[in-house]
Design a protein around this ligand. Structure first.
Ligand code: SF4
Length: 505
């Protein structure tokens, strides 16, 4: 147990995130405890000149002082408060990180960067007029981020910017539709997903509620410009061909999209793909699909709860190609139970042989409530610790084969504190992934467990005062299927109100 004593409660989440880098499963209490004996006491204080972090246990005492800049003392007017806050927060994280790193002997390649979207900091630095060299210095000195990671996000941010600049506008939006059903539940899954088997009745009720939400959403988004569509989940192709056709037809009837709009459907699980369903997707203008093997190894597929084989993945891919899908993404995961370097190399080689237009390489994350996390002791000895070498190998091989990293995000409890990277051949980057991940555009989401985000003043990502970013407000739909179905009228009313109200500045 770790006890933190500090007045800086507004940084609680950041402090927890840094502690989590070193002590993943430890309970952390702020300014009080539950009477248990604690292993460490961490005291964090700040004055006008410095941040002071002291870490004490029975055996050690570590003190770190981080000096605040001269600007911090002089920038006291209203519109500089954001910059002052940012410096203070960064110095708190830095002091804590250094202290814990000294005590444990561990570090993270991303240093004190614990957020989901490190590329956003690059956009911020560029907006403040910093050049490449200055950004490199800042990331390495202020966040202790390794040079290789900083260069990677610099490259990605530039790539993203070129790709989506033309879409950044307050009146543009993208549509996400969630289908929370899958053939079976994967071991590591924490998404809104329910097995299809035994849920036939609820699927019909769910689709009825979803159609209502789609109708009302289309009505209040009238006059705005739809840029991209994404049907995810779950696995949308877990629906039967008739249900899938009804869904796509509903979207077509309600939303005004054109052939040039990017339209993605996650045909994620090979065991859900049939020729009929692929033909339905083609008929309604879907121009990008994702077939997600995760791993090309029959034994590991069994361990992670998938009822299909490597051959099924190859067959599904070839079937999609045969009816003209020329933009296919494939998702894989590094660090799965039983996956070692050999298995990882085989996955990369097999996928590259198929030659999809994009490949997303995830690093296994132990998500709260996934079957893997809940039964971790059963799988712990199947987890290879050297996930870093696997992702390095993937990076090298994919780049060599002409795939460029174009978006990146990180997750809590991700193996070795690494990241997920989307790679694509030039011209095949997914616009939706960039806009959504960088929060550069409003995303209107329909379905249980989906999250809508309203982005006000998106151009502030590249313009405006230092430190000032667009306003981002979110609206969450309930994740529970019964809740979603029963409360659909209330949900759509609230959502309409949310999107019709003015964005916060
Ligand atoms: S396919 Fe995706 S959403 Fe479905 S169970 Fe597996 S991880 Fe979860």
């Amino acid at each position: 147990m770790i006890k933190v004593v500090t007045d800086l409660i507004k940084y609680e989440l950041d402090i927890r995130a840094v502690i989590n880098l070193f002590y993943q499963n430890e309970k952390v209490y702020f300014n009080k405890d539950n009477g248990e004996e604690y292993d460490f006491l961490i005291e964090i204080s700040v004055d006008d000149k410095k941040v002071l972090v002291t870490i004490v246990s029975d055996a050690i005492k570590e003190t770190v002082t981080e000096n605040l800049s001269d600007d911090f003392r002089t920038n006291t007017c209203e519109d500089q408060l954001l910059l002052r806050n940012r410096e203070k927060k960064n110095k708190v994280k830095l002091g804590l990180y250094k202290g814990l790193s000294t005590i444990t002997g561990h570090s993270s390649k991303w240093g004190t960067l614990t957020g989901v979207r490190p590329t956003k900091l690059i956009f911020m630095a560029k907006k403040e007029g910093m050049n490449k060299e200055q950004i490199l210095r800042q990331f390495m000195d202020h966040y202790l981020c390794e040079e290789s990671k900083t260069r990677l996000i610099l490259e990605i941010a530039e790539y993203e910017y070129d790709k989506v600049e033309e879409y950044i506008d307050e009146d543009n939006y993208s549509l996400y539709v969630g289908i929370p059903f899958c053939p079976t539940t994967c071991l590591y899954c924490s998404f809104a997903s329910n097995p299809v088997g035994g849920n036939e009745q609820i699927i019909e009720e769910y689709l009825k509620a979803l159609y209502k939400e789609i109708e009302i959403t289309a009505e209040f988004m009238k006059g705005k410009k739809l840029i991209s569509l994404y049907i995810g989940g779950g696995t949308p192709t877990a629906l039967n061909a008739k249900q899938l056709e009804e869904l796509l037809n509903k979207i077509k009837t309600e939303f005004n999209y054109e052939a040039k709009n990017e339209y993605t459907v996650e045909a994620g699980r090979p065991d859900s793909i049939t020729l009929d369903k692929l033909k339905v997707l083609k008929k309604y203008g879907v121009n990008r699909i994702s077939i997600n093997p995760q791993v090309m190894d029959d034994d590991i597929l069994k361990v992670i709860g998938r009822h299909h084989r490597v051959l099924d993945i190859i067959d599904s891919f070839n079937m999609a190609r045969s009816i003209g899908f020329d933009n296919i993404n494939m998702d894989i995961i590094m660090g799965l139970p039983k996956q070692n370097m050999l298995a990882a190399e085989k996955t990369i080689k097999d996928i590259m042989n198929l030659n999809p237009e994009s490949i997303t390489v995830h690093t296994l994350a132990l998500k709260k409530n996934s079957a893997l996390t809940l039964a971790l002791s059963e799988y712990e000895n199947m987890l290879d610790e050297d996930v870093q070498s696997m992702t390095d190998m993937a990076f090298k091989e994919l780049r060599y084969d002409g795939y460029t990293p174009y978006y990146l995000y990180r997750q809590k409890n991700i193996a070795s504190h690494l990241e997920n990277i989307g790679y694509a051949k030039r011209g095949y980057e997914c616009i939706y992934n960039i806009l959504m991940m960088e929060e550069m555009q409003t995303i209107v989401a329909c379905g249980a467990g989906t999250i809508s985000k309203k982005v006000g003043n998106p151009r502030l990502i590249i313009e405006g005062k230092p430190g000032i970013m667009p306003s981002i407000e979110r609206y969450d739909n309930p994740r529970n299927l019964k809740d979603y179905i029963q409360r659909i009228d209330e949900i759509t009313d609230k959502k309409r109100h949310f999107f019709n109200s003015e964005s916060k500045d």
